[in-house]
Write a protein of this length. Structure first.
Length: 233
């Protein structure tokens, strides 16, 4: 696993800095938000991260309430959330998990434990992720068609497909895809087009090239309903 985008929703700057440092050391890419408003803005501007670390006691809207909102909304329902809080009573854990949180980490905790829990949640999410004609296992970095054929993809092509397939029918600009897949690497937006073409070539023998849909003037989306429709536009 490499380069997972983890949104840290934490109003304590020192704690947020510690979390970001631990994630960077583990090869992940942290994003930060200090409250629910900033977290919502981060999702709107940068797309869904791979996972959210959510503090319970946020100013304004609490982390539990924000997690509940996201789990009820279709666009964010599958977004993995780990609650991070000093509240360690059993009833608090039950409440958080009942809102839809995927795990619960009580402060204080070790960075190693936190990273291990993140990876466990991501593995579960990846193993369960089957979108229409393709099953994308992010943990094993493996893609299979509905017929059972395994696709051989380059690193960037896999990362691109995994990102889009986790968010079916959501349209992303080239800039958003560069940020999500290439991170801070100094590459041009047309690089995305090159890798989309490579990805489509790998999908074409299985009649799945059209699953990577071009939205002209905007960017790209994964459309599982387009299987067998021929070219990708």
């Amino acid at each position: 696993m490499s380069g997972e985008r983890i949104l840290i929703v934490e109003d304590d700057a020192a704690v947020a800095e510690m979390l970001a440092f631990a994630l960077e050391r583990a090869g992940m890419r942290p994003l930060r938000a200090a409250d629910a408003r900033e977290a919502e803005a981060a999702l709107a501007e940068r797309g869904l991260p791979d996972l959210v670390l959510m503090d319970w006691m946020l100013p304004g809207v609490s982390g539990v309430e924000l997690a509940r909102r996201w789990k009820r909304a279709e666009a964010t329902r599958e977004l993995p959330v780990i609650m991070v809080t000093a509240r360690g009573e059993e009833e608090d854990k039950v409440r958080a998990l009942e809102t839809g949180a995927d795990d619960y980490v009580t402060k204080p905790f070790s960075p190693r434990e936190l990273v291990a829990r993140i990876r466990a949640v991501l593995r579960r999410a990846g193993a369960q992720r089957a979108e229409g004609p393709l099953t994308v296992d992010a943990a094993a970095r493996r893609v299979r068609t509905r017929a059972g054929a395994e696709l051989r993809l380059g690193r960037r092509e896999f990362d691109l497909l995994a990102f889009l397939a986790a968010r079916p029918e959501r349209v992303y600009t080239r800039a958003q895809l560069l940020d999500a897949v290439w991170g801070a690497a100094p590459v041009e937006e047309r690089t995305v087009d090159v890798h989309v073409r490579r990805l489509r070539r790998a999908l074409e023998p299985h009649g799945l090239a059209a699953c990577i849909r071009t939205v002209r003037g905007v960017g790209y989306a994964y459309d599982p309903r387009a299987a067998g429709a021929g070219g990708g536009g």
